[in-house]
Design a protein around this ligand. Structure first.
Ligand code: ARG
Length: 465
């Protein structure tokens, strides 16, 4: 084992203790961020005349070649190092000698790990955001292509009123759009640099923390050095936002699983996104949707784990905080896989338009519209509700839908019915007449789609800036 301390100790760390304590086996993920952070730190140290130009150049050169060697596979993360920070420092000293020993001037692993993790989460926010954006593109295309794909909308899992696939998918567009805005908020709030806070009490060197922060693309430097090293709020917020993304994906998956079931047959998941059974030859299972739904649990787990880890930690740094890494990394990997695969699944999924429309027709989803018809003929809504309720009961007994009854029979139930009722309660009319903002009529949906298109395009311009 190669350690960063020794002076105060008379014995080597016990092997099991070392293995329990180490984090290199997982924090090597922070390698690129660790190098970037160290480069910025030493550039600042030189600007402040804390190290010489030659020393800075030697360190930067050394760090760059360590980075290249790791990337090319020439240098491996071997288990004698405690964490990524000690690994990099040891390799640097091996490579450039005494100048390497100056890299850690005015810094502690506490502010260093706080920085690395922030840089990492910041990068991952951007990566996850762009995956969600691709999902939104796919949802919007589905909306554009299904303005008049009728389906029943449900409340209490009972057919309620007719809607369209465009409208239903539009609801998910809103959810994932909010997810992106949540991630953007977190990015903004967390974007302050902790480096230069030292162990927790700052340092006596004249560091220019604002300068280091600006080199690393932060909005500025954090204002309290104790908080800098012990703040993991942004990880909790991030995991909470990821949990919400998963909650949305899970709801969507649940619907797709139901729609894909033998009873519903609203959609057909593409063969490429389905799996078979080892025993039942007829089966085509929606495993991807089920796994996305299932993996939601582990992302929630990461959030609860972090909340619990943090709740009892006194200021400032405590080793408990090392526990932030594995759960966060796992949540990030899970969310990225889920968003990506889910996008492919819905992009290739087929809608059985006939089955959906028939289902909407057969479920009395036009009952509200039939009541509204009577209201337009002068009947108060509450009375109309009662009449249509009786009419539905009558239809259930006759095993038919409202529009299948001849006008004479309708008139027997209520003399306000006329032949124009048939037109008033077709699926098409029911949907087309729903013109309130946010409602499923193609006319309204087109307006919404235009707004969402603009939102996605504007985003591209902003990213290119
Ligand atoms: N591996 C540690 C972590 O992830 C790095 C910080 C160590 N600091 C310390 N004082 N032991 O939190």
């Amino acid at each position: 084992m190669a350690q960063l301390w020794g002076g105060r100790f008379t014995k080597q760390t016990d092997d099991e203790v070392f293995a329990f304590n180490e984090s290199l086996s997982f924090d090597h993920r922070l390698f690129a961020q660790d190098i970037d952070g160290s480069v910025a730190h030493v550039v600042m140290l030189e600007k402040q005349h804390i190290i010489t130009l030659d020393e800075k150049d030697a360190i930067v050169k050394g760090l760059t070649s360590i980075k290249n060697e790791v990337e090319s596979g020439k240098l491996e993360f071997t288990s004698e190092y405690e964490d990524v920070h000690s690994f990099v420092e040891a390799k640097l000293i091996e490579k450039i000698g005494d100048a390497g020993k100056k890299m850690h001037t005015g810094r502690s692993r506490n502010d260093q790990v706080a920085l690395d993790m922030k840089l990492y989460v910041r990068d991952e926010i951007v990566a996850i955001d762009s995956l969600i954006k691709k999902l939104l593109e796919t949802i919007l295309c589905t909306m554009e292509n299904n303005l008049e794909t009728y389906m029943p909308g449900f409340t209490h899992m009972q057919k309620a009123q007719p809607t369209t696939v465009a409208h239903h998918f539009g609801a998910y567009f809103e959810m994932f759009k909010r997810d992106r805005s949540r991630l953007a908020d977190i990015y903004k709030r967390m974007n302050y640099s902790p480096i230069g806070s030292g162990a927790f009490a700052g340092t006596t060197y004249s560091l220019d923390r604002e300068y280091t922060a600006s080199l690393l693309g932060f909005e500025g430097a954090t204002l309290n050095s104790m908080d800098s090293v012990s703040d993991r709020d942004y990880i909790i917020e991030f995991l909470s936002a990821l949990s919400t993304v998963m909650m949305h994906l899970s709801r969507f998956s649940e619907e797709i699983i139901i729609w894909n079931s033998n009873e519903y047959r609203f959609v057909e998941i593409d063969d490429a996104y389905s799996t078979g059974s080892s025993i039942m030859p007829q089966k085509k299972n929606p495993d991807i949707a089920e796994l996305v739904r299932g993996k939601t649990g582990r992302v929630y787990g990461a959030l609860v784990s972090m909340l619990t880890t943090m709740k009892g930690i006194p200021l400032a740094y405590n080793k408990d905080m090392q526990e932030d890494k594995e759960v966060t990394f796992d949540a990030i990997d899970t969310v990225k896989d889920c968003v990506h695969l889910f996008t492919g699944m819905i992009a290739t999924m087929k809608f059985r338009k006939d089955v959906m429309a028939k289902s909407a027709m057969m479920g009395f989803t036009n009952a509200t519209d039939a009541a509204d018809y009577l209201v337009k003929k002068g009947m108060p809504f509450r009375d109309a509700h009662g009449v249509i309720g009786r009419l539905v009961l009558y239809c259930i007994e006759k095993d038919c839908c409202i529009e299948q009854l001849p006008i004479e029979e309708l008139k027997e139930i209520c003399d306000l019915f006329d032949v124009d009722v048939y037109d008033a309660i077709t699926l098409k009319t029911c949907v087309e007449k729903r013109l309130t903002k946010g409602a499923p009529s193609p006319e309204q949906m087109k307006k919404v789609i235009e707004i969402q298109r603009e939102y996605l395009n504007k985003d591209v311009e902003e990213n290119e800036k």
